[in-house]
Design a protein around this ligand. Structure first.
Ligand SMILES: Nc1ncnc2c1ncn2[C@@H]1O[C@H](COP(=O)(O)OP(=O)(O)OP(=O)(O)O)[C@@H](O)[C@H]1O
Ligand SMILES: [Mg+2]
Length: 260
């Protein structure tokens, strides 16, 4: 059975005083269990699109449905409990330990202490961080890659049905990045094997990463979707010059604000 989890219908968003729309008449649907990767030039609207899914940004016009419900009719706080979010920087709270960072949402949901402790240990293992070694550390005592693992563990804490990942491995060296990619694929598969299909929206600037991880890849340009297709179809039949240019570059991203 195909279940539509995220559906955008003619979504447009213009920020105050902007000359053009950050999101311009965007329509698409994502099915349960998909791993969607999103790629496009800096400023093309990727982060804005993700933030519309969990209502950190509201649209000016159009409708967004999550699990069939118009998100205008949902309580944003409750909505977010079911949507994990890994922000563009790791976003860990510096004054909290690794344990406390990962436990934030379970605590908000008033899980009992034993359940929280068990879950945090399970999550740190899942992202390959040794519990004994890491749970008492503060973010400043972790490498960038370890911080991103903690960010991922935190987003997975209450097993949300939708996971939004905004360049989660952006600051990671090539070797650790490949390890994290493989771990994320493994987690997505584990969830599937457990009969709990989870839907991922993953923003990246790296075309290789986009094509490797995605069941489908969304290519954005100037607030619009230029192609949304399987990696195979994208490489075989790029829809126009922009996608062709994207595919022909080596996928080496040199930093925020410097294009793809
Ligand atoms: N809160 C805001 N207020 C005003 N303009 C904004 C705001 N957030 C984003 N924008 C603008 O909207 C456009 C899209 O921004 P967005 O952050 O979605 O881009 P992006 O594709 O995520 O870029 P990057 O790859 O650099 O992260 C940009 O022109 C940006 O300057
Ligand atoms: Mg962004």
């Amino acid at each position: 059975m195909i279940v539509t989890v995220v559906s955008f219908k003619h979504i447009t968003k213009r920020f105050n005083n902007a000359a053009s729309n950050a999101i311009n008449d965007v329509t698409f649907s994502i099915e349960e269990g998909e791993f969607v990767t999103i790629i496009g030039t800096s400023g093309c609207g990727k982060t804005t699109l993700l933030k519309m899914v969990n209502r950190l940004v509201d649209s000016d016009s159009g409708e967004i449905y999550i699990n069939g419900i118009n998100i205008k009719d949902t309580d944003p706080v409750k909505l977010r409990h079911n949507i994990g979010y890994v922000i563009q920087q790791s976003g860990l709270f510096p004054h909290m330990t690794v344990f406390e960072n990962v436990a934030i949402v379970p605590k908000l949901l008033k899980w009992d202490k034993a359940r929280i402790a068990k879950r945090v240990e399970e999550l740190l293992n899942l992202v390959n961080l040794d519990y004994a070694e890491f749970h008492k550390r503060h973010p400043a005592e972790l490498s960038g890659g370890q911080q991103q693992r903690v960010g991922l563990a935190r987003a997975l804490a209450v097993d949300p049905s939708i996971l939004l990942l905004d360049e989660p491995f952006g600051a990671i060296d090539a070797i650790n990045r490949v390890n994290l990619q493989n771990e994320l694929l493994r987690i997505h598969r584990l969830q599937k094997d457990a009969g709990a299909l989870r839907t991922y929206l993953f923003v990246t600037h790296d075309i290789h990463e986009a094509l490797k991880l995605g069941t489908r890849t969304m290519v954005m340009h100037q607030g619009a979707i230029v192609q949304f297709d399987s990696p195979d179809n994208l490489t075989r039949q790029p829809a126009g010059d922009f996608v062709r240019a994207l595919l022909s570059q080596e996928g080496v991203y040199t930093g925020a604000g410097e294009g793809i």
